[in-house]
Design a protein around this ligand. Sequence first.
Ligand SMILES: Nc1ncnc2c1ncn2[C@@H]1O[C@H](COP(=O)(O)OP(=O)(O)O)[C@@H](O)[C@H]1O
Ligand SMILES: Cc1cn([C@H]2C[C@H](O)[C@@H](COP(=O)(O)OP(=O)(O)O)O2)c(=O)[nH]c1=O
Length: 201
Amino acid sequence: MGKFITFEGIDGAGKSTHIAFVADYIKQRGAELVSSREPGGTPLGEKLREIVLHEKMDLETEALLVFASRREHLAQVIEPALKRGAWVISDRFTDSTFAYQGGGRGMSVAKLEVLEQWVHPALQPDLTLLFDVPLEVARARLDATRDLDKFEQEKADFFAATRAEYLRRAAQFPQRFRVIDSTQSIAAIQEQIAAILDACF
Ligand SMILES: Nc1ncnc2c1ncn2[C@@H]1O[C@H](COP(=O)(O)OP(=O)(O)O)[C@@H](O)[C@H]1O
Ligand SMILES: Cc1cn([C@H]2C[C@H](O)[C@@H](COP(=O)(O)OP(=O)(O)O)O2)c(=O)[nH]c1=O
């Protein structure tokens, strides 16, 4: 089996910045690499992503759609890749649903756990890198760079709750989570990521 690494954090924390670095690290080891994202990762998943990121909907519809996208991503991409020994890195996975639909929007953790059990009862990431920054830092980075989607337009209390749920999960699952202080420089963060990867694999 290959290894499954997920990237998590509130919008603007710096996740996407470090994906190429981890991809290079894995390729240098000679392993096959599959780099993907959620919502998305398949043609159907990318269609669902457009809907989830840009349309208003009932909270439970939103949770069902991100898990529908995830089921397809697992079936078409993640599970086959891991079975053939490839390494998979995903820009977001189920921790995002607990953080955004659970923490941010207030959906019950118990309901999300039912969906998680349904969609991936046995699989969890081998490593989850949580990029953690204060909200103001994330917001300043976002404002400097791009047009904001539905989630990125949410207010400070939404992201405070999202960040708190991420940190709660990191404390609950310390064996797979590594929390990275993303207020550091990009170079310092990459040094830390390399040390984490060396220690884990
Ligand atoms: N450690 C850092 N220090 C300063 N700026 C950063 C840092 N990490 C990321 N950025 C910048 O912040 C913005 C958001 O980063 P990005 O990786 O797209 O965040 P995310 O994928 O978590 O939403 C980008 O313009 C990026 O260059
Ligand atoms: C995977 C997932 C993402 N999201 C949200 C978080 C993000 O705001 C958005 C997609 O984020 P992201 O891929 O970080 O967007 P960008 O390309 O702008 O960096 O979807 C959820 O609300 N629930 C989920 O389960």
